[in-house]
Design a protein around this ligand. Structure first.
Ligand code: NOJ
Length: 715
């Protein structure tokens, strides 16, 4: 019989003590306490644990469901690009890497596969997707984002939520999504992790809220608050953000969880509360439903409710949201709900990781050198660089090498294919000799090893230079001030350029680096950021032309770190538009990416009544290929300064050589809107410019204008 969730939840709450209710609003970190303490908390009816795997989860569930009100636990995990805190799970490309695909279907499938692997461990909830924007590459967590654009983040985030949750949370293999970090986390001053964010609420609504709005519409089950603060108010203490905007205005029906120990941070880091009672009062009254990792919250909150500093109805509302999610997941019917373990790392998930990685490769420069051909010019290839054979740097952050506790020396578990393995796998087919010389580390050089490497290069036809960053340089609290090539890698590259050999550069890095010298001195340049288990295979297949690259950049590459922040949708008004010592154009712009074929855009028309754009795209090259059509708009004259262009649609298409098709995009007034100083959203009257083409670069866009004759308020 179908449950009447709200009725049952209300009844259960009416039978619970204050202690039991507070316990439900607490999530504890399993790896941060002795096992016996965790067991005690499970018996006392704590709401959730994070970072528990497999049998340990089952054991805690036994305790929770055989004591007190027997409410099942909900287990959370950071399954960020696959369930990869678990060793044999499928490792997908990182979020920034998968954003290069602009492929919502594949991203949805990857989330569906991840949900199954998480569910096979008896877990129910992933802290994903990340909807922060990566607008300053110094920030340590840029690799976790979908890049710099709010629309792309919203579309891909929505695809992920659909993949994790499906239409029915109680179905086998479905888990709760958690959109994070709410809000403005990526925008912290100076890209300093978790620091204050100097933005107005107008800007929050215009730039950072839209992706969250998008997933709230999809029924995203939970949202995590950011560590940072907006205009001096920590996000975890921010009633306006959590209660007024998220829950009341947007109608968010799921539950809000704080980030790791945020309640303590209100005291120890942000200094807005003196003690746990004050901090817990602020946290509950501003709209958090579950507090992550702060054990001291529990006793403090019980006292607060008993003393009336927090109204019991506030606590009840938090518990209602949590219990509703548990019931909708089906945990009250079966607290041990799980899929068979054989789905973890299953062959079809590995295949999906490979298919997705193929679409994440972005070719950014190609002076007629790629794809390599089976000919005399390519008899001996030397692959040089340490990331060519590094599974850790192929994976990036949030795998068993980095979490829950860093374990960089963990034994890697197959299957995976590093870049050199991918290259070697193709040498017979291409009838060439391929050798690998590490040449250097990310940070240090070994002169003897280097000399050895350069001996190999002497009689080679081509060098593939593999450079990047490593997992010590990316992630939480790993912000960087210098984004150029490390000294060690730079020395190798300088020496390489002196050999006069043609160089193909492959960047295996978590996020863009400032490397104009590499781009200038290489015949070709490509990357897929951290492309996951099959990254090495797809990069090698791209070099040899078995994969036609079709990824585009979800983030700009600055020439120099001093250009930060530098994103395509900047505001007009900078008098000189550039630093005197820097080119205006970033090294690579948002949306940029080449293919081994060519696409031509024509026949652009815009119908003002139906707000529909049509465009014809033709594959004018010699092989089939995929393209990402991008549509931008600009409000030509607006009452507040608006960006020079903003992405409002994209479509991934595939065309055979010589094939042409017409594509249509229909918009709503909201797509052309802006946010006023009083925080209302309107589409203003006047001239609007719509642009369509292959990247955000003006030169690749066809522009068309229309006039809107009245201002319309958007609800
Ligand atoms: C802190 C991170 O900011 C967040 O993204 C993550 O989900 C939690 N820790 C749990 O590991």
């Amino acid at each position: 019989m179908k449950r009447n969730v709200q009725e049952e939840v209300a009844k259960l709450i009416s039978e619970m003590t204050i202690e039991e209710k507070v316990a439900q609003t607490s999530q504890l970190a399993y790896t941060q306490m002795p096992k016996e303490r965790a067991e005690e908390y499970a018996r006392k009816g704590v709401g959730s644990f994070l970072h528990v795997l497999g049998d340990d989860a089952k054991h805690l569930q036994d305790l929770a469901t055989s004591n007190g009100k027997k409410i099942p636990l909900i287990f959370g995990i950071d399954a960020i690009h696959g369930h990869c805190l678990k060793k044999n799970a499928t490792v997908f490309p990182t979020q920034l890497s998968m954003a290069c695909s602009f492929n919502t279907e594949l991203v949805e499938q990857m989330a569906d596969a991840t949900a199954k692997e998480v569910a096979a461990d008896g877990l129910h909830w992933t802290f994903s997707p990340v909807l922060c924007l990566g607008r300053d590459i110094r920030w340590g967590r840029v690799a976790e984002t979908f890049g710099e654009d709010k629309y792309l983040a919203g579309e891909l985030g929505s695809a992920m939520v659909r993949g994790y949750q499906g239409d029915d949370l109680s179905a086998d293999g479905k888990i709760l999504a958690c959109a994070k970090h709410y809000i403005g986390y990526g925008e912290a001053t100076g890209a300093r992790d978790s620091y204050d964010t100097e933005v107005t609420y107008r800007k929050v609504r215009a730039e950072f809220l839209p992706p969250f709005e998008r997933v709230v519409k999809d029924g995203c089950a939970s949202i995590m608050t950011a560590y940072g603060a907006i205009d001096g108010i920590p996000c975890t203490a921010n009633k306006k953000l959590m209660t007024d905007i998220l829950k009341t205005e947007l109608g968010f029906e799921g539950f809000v969880v704080t980030d790791w120990d945020n309640v303590r941070h209100l005291i120890r880091k942000q200094c807005v509360a003196e003690n746990f009672e004050d901090a817990s009062e602020i946290a509950l009254n501003s709209g958090n439903d579950m507090m992550m990792k702060t054990e001291d919250y529990i006793e403090a909150a019980v006292r607060l409710v008993k003393e009336g500093r927090v109204d019991e109805s506030v606590l009840d509302e938090a518990v209602r949201r949590i219990l509703t999610a548990k019931m909708e997941l089906g945990l009250f019917d079966n607290p041990y709900k799980r899929l068979d373990e054989s789905v973890i790392g299953a062959a079809e998930h590995q295949q999906l990781s490979y298919e997705l990685a193929k679409e994440c490769v972005v070719l950014l420069k190609n002076e007629d050198v790629l794809p390599l051909k089976k000919d005399e010019k390519c008899k001996k290839i030397v692959v040089i660089g340490c990331n060519a054979d590094s599974v850790r740097d192929m994976y990036g952050d949030w795998t068993y090498f980095t979490h829950p506790d860093p374990n960089f020396d963990a034994e890697p578990v197959r299957p995976y294919v590093t870049f050199i393995e991918g290259m070697l796998g193709l040498k017979d087919d291409f009838n060439c000799e391929i050798v690998h010389a590490k040449g250097c580390g990310i940070l240090e050089n070994d002169e003897a090893q280097l000399d050895e490497a350069f001996k190999l290069i002497a009689d080679s036809d081509l060098v593939v230079y593999t450079f990047g960053d490593d997992i010590y340089q990316t992630g939480e609290a790993k912000d960087r001030a210098d984004m150029s090539l490390t000294k060690a890698q730079g020395e190798v590259f300088d020496r390489l350029t002196k050999t006069g050999k043609p160089i193909v550069s492959v960047m295996i890095a978590s996020k863009p680096m400032c490397v104009p010298e590499i781009v200038e001195n290489s015949k070709a340049f490509l990357t897929a950021f951290n492309p996951g288990a099959y990254g090495g295979k797809v990069l090698a297949e791209t070099v040899f032309g078995l994969n036609n690259p079709c990824g585009k950049l979800p983030i700009s590459f600055p020439n120099h770190v001093g250009q930060q922040p530098c994103y395509y949708n900047y505001l007009p008004g900078w008098h000189c538009k550039k630093y005197v010592d820097m080119p205006q154009r970033p090294l690579f712009v948002f949306g940029e990416g080449l293919s081994y074929t060519k696409f031509e855009y024509s026949d652009v028309a815009f119908d003002k009544d139906s707000l529909t754009l049509s465009v014809k795209v033709k594959n004018v090259g010699e092989r089939a290929g995929k393209e990402i059509i991008q549509v931008y708009f600009r409000d030509v004259v607006s009452s507040v300064i608006t960006p020079v262009k903003q992405l409002i649609a994209f479509k991934k298409i595939e065309l055979a050589s010589g094939e042409a098709q017409e594509y249509k995009f229909t918009f709503t007034e909201k797509d052309f809107s802006l946010v006023l100083p009083d925080e209302r959203r309107v589409m203003e009257k006047g001239e609007l410019e719509v642009m369509v083409g292959a990247s955000s670069d003006d030169e690749s866009l066809i522009k068309i204008c229309f006039v809107q004759d009245k201002t319309v308020e958007i609800k």
